[in-house]
Structure formats: C-alpha cells, structure tokens
Design a protein around this ligand. Structure first.
Ligand code: ZN
Length: 134
C-alpha cells in the first residue's frame, strides 16, 4: 500500500499543525495592519511587517472554485476517484485548498457554504483541517 504524502511542519508552520491537532483552525494575522494570511509566511504581503500571531479562525467560508479529478494525481488516491479539490475562501478573506468528502461530489457548486472539520490520520500524529458542505 502506498502512503499518502503528509505535511512536514517547519518552525513557521508548526503552530498551524499543533492547533489542528487540538481541532482548532488558526490563521496568521499581521500585528501591524491586521491582515490575515495563508499559507504561512514570514512577512506580511501587505505591509511587510514580520510581527504576527496565530488567531483562531471561524472555520466557515464558501467554495471559491473546485475541480473534480477522475484520475489520481498520486497513487495513494487511486481508489478514491473521483474526488473533489476545492479552493475555499474563509470569512477572514484567505483561501485554503482542501479536498471535499465523497458525499459532496454531486451537490457542490461555486459559492456553496462550507465548514471546517478535522481529520485525525491514524498512526501519523497528523490532523488535517478539511472542509465539507454545510
Ligand atoms: Zn501587515
């Protein structure tokens, strides 16, 4: 069996993954201008400040766009096709990429409301924040 690729936390991203293990979604927010950002970055793309902190996010948003994959792009997903990959825009204004559960395949639309849930991957110590339709 081929294992799925897993995130490798760094000093910059460890806070995100540690919060996920506690079933909390967090985002970086700039201390200077208040802008949220994702993916984690050392400096604010708006004002270049290096001062930031993790802030709990709402976990709510909508499907900005999505694609349906009928071909696995990694062997670990060979038995999961078709699957959906969505770009989700959160209420905080940032976008994240997530797969959507199989039960959402036939009802997803651009603009569909979504909420975060947490997928504890057995035996890995990794929890993935994922999204599903509400
Ligand atoms: Zn800023």
């Amino acid at each position: 069996m081929i294992s799925r690729p897993l995130p490798v936390p760094t000093a910059l991203t460890e806070g995100f993954w540690a919060a996920a293990r506690e079933h909390q979604l967090v985002l970086q927010r700039c201390d200077e201008c208040g802008r949220f950002r994702h993916y984690p970055q050392e400096r604010c793309p708006e004002c270049t400040s290096a001062a930031w902190r993790w802030i709990p996010a709402s976990g709510r948003g909508f499907v900005y766009t999505y694609t349906r994959s009928d071909q696995p792009f990694h062997p670990a997903w060979a038995d999961r096709t078709p699957y959906l990959v969505a770009t989700v825009e959160l209420e905080e204004g940032v976008r994240m990429v997530s797969d959507l559960p199989p039960e959402d395949t036939d009802r997803v639309q651009i603009g569909s409301r979504v909420e975060v849930f947490f997928d504890d991957l057995p035996g890995t110590g990794v929890t993935l924040p994922r999204f599903r339709l509400t």
